[in-house]
Ligand binder design. Structure first.
Ligand code: IPM
Ligand code: MG
Length: 366
């Protein structure tokens, strides 16, 4: 079965890290004779001079048709300076919503090899293997009403709405129980049920789905503020975590401090299985466009490369190849090859040299 992969490098350091990720993808595709068709398109501020939009019509329809999208980053000064109409179609939040990519998997794995770059004590790092599932289509990001408006007395107010339907909670809850079932059979649902009604409904629905459909999974609940502290201090206690959109956005960045750098965190955003038996999927590093280091050739490409591993696992169903890529990354940092964000006391390499080092190790195994 052939798979279509769309690559959108985007803004900021996106093109730099995606160039390395693409090299890794191409090596694996060639060595394992995978049946894939790779397309790449301009995206973000780079697409504007030619198309007056952040993505061309053709690339947008290819993106919607793709089985997997490898996405770099969006945002930064050049992007912010574009006229609003240029950003109307094809923005990241819109892609997530229109393709119904509601399940955002953000693994946080502690590499012992990176203990010198992590906020955690080395003995606490070994056991860190958390899968954070962030709901990606609801909550404050999309809730209506929203906006900034004037009152009669001229005082402006801003408003966003945190809203979740029972169906949205059921959908992500089932996904979370399935994930947990394939792991350590422990699920932590994170909410703010002591204050928010959305969270009370969330907790009630997750509890019901667990009791009725997944009695074999140990379900627990935790308030999000406590979870932030626990993730920063003792993340080894968690297996699978499920939470709503905004909480997941914030909690997943804590994972960056734990893993050693945001530059180590990949993510996968998946839809439900469609009528054709396939899921839509978008893979993107958690780090974003990083304007402060753009163009310097020092961005860490490992999150993007780990996105390729996730793509192999979730879209191409090649967990064996995914594991090879992950191993190559691990052994590369283990050998002391470091970009500045994870350098600690090591000498540093460039984005491209990091890519070279991973490719070299991978070429020996796949
Ligand atoms: C993330 C990012 C995005 C989000 C931004 C870039 C819109 O922070 O993927 O975590 O808030 O979802
Ligand atoms: Mg974020």
């Amino acid at each position: 079965m052939s798979h279509r992969i769309m690559i959108l490098p985007g803004d900021g350091i996106g093109p730099e890290v995606i160039t390395q990720a693409r090299r890794v993808l191409e090596l694996v595709v060639e060595r394992a004779s995978l049946d894939v068709e790779i397309t790449q398109a301009l995206y973000g501020a780079a697409a504007y001079p030619e198309y007056k939009r952040i993505i061309s019509d053709e690339a947008l329809s290819d993106t919607f048709a793709a089985d997997a999208i490898l996405f770099g980053a969006i945002g930064g000064d050049a992007y912010d300076a574009l006229p609003p109409e240029a950003r109307r179609e094809g923005g990241l939040l819109q892609l997530r919503k229109q393709m119904q990519l509601f399940a955002n998997l953000r693994p946080i794995v502690g590499f012992r090899e990176l203990a010198d770059a992590s906020s955690l004590k080395p003995e606490r790092l070994d056991s860190v293997n958390v899968l954070l599932l962030r709901e990606l289509n609801g909550g404050l990001y999309f809730g209506q009403p929203r906006g900034i408006s004037d009152t009669d007395d001229g005082v402006r107010f801003g408003r966003n709405t945190m809203v979740y339907s029972e169906l949205e909670i059921e959908r992500v809850a089932r996904f979370a129980f399935e994930l947990a079932g394939a792991r350590d059979k422990r699920l932590m649902s994170v909410d703010k049920a002591n204050v928010l009604e959305t969270s009370r409904l969330w907790r009630e629905v997750v509890t019901r789905i667990g009791a009725e459909e997944y009695p074999g999974i140990a379900l627990d609940h935790m308030f999000v503020d406590n979870c932030a502290m626990q993730l920063a201090g003792r993340p080894g206690q968690f297996d699978t975590i499920v939470t709503e959109n905004t909480f997941g956005d914030i909690l997943s960045d804590i994972g960056g401090a734990v893993a050693g750098s945001l530059g180590m965190l990949p993510s996968a955003s998946l839809s439900a299985v469609g009528e054709d038996g396939r899921r839509k999927a978008l893979y993107e590093p958690v780090h974003g466009s990083a304007p402060d280091i753009t163009g310097q050739g020092i961005a860490n490409p490992l999150a993007a490369i780990l996105c390729v591993a996730m793509l192999l696992r979730h879209s191409l169903e090649r967990a064996d190849l995914a594991a090879e890529v992950e191993l190559a990354v691990r052994s590369t940092v283990g050998a002391g090859v470091r970009t500045p964000d994870i350098a600690a006391s090591h000498p540093t390499v460039s984005t491209r040299e990091m890519g070279d080092a991973v490719l070299q190790r991978l070429a020996e195994t796949v």
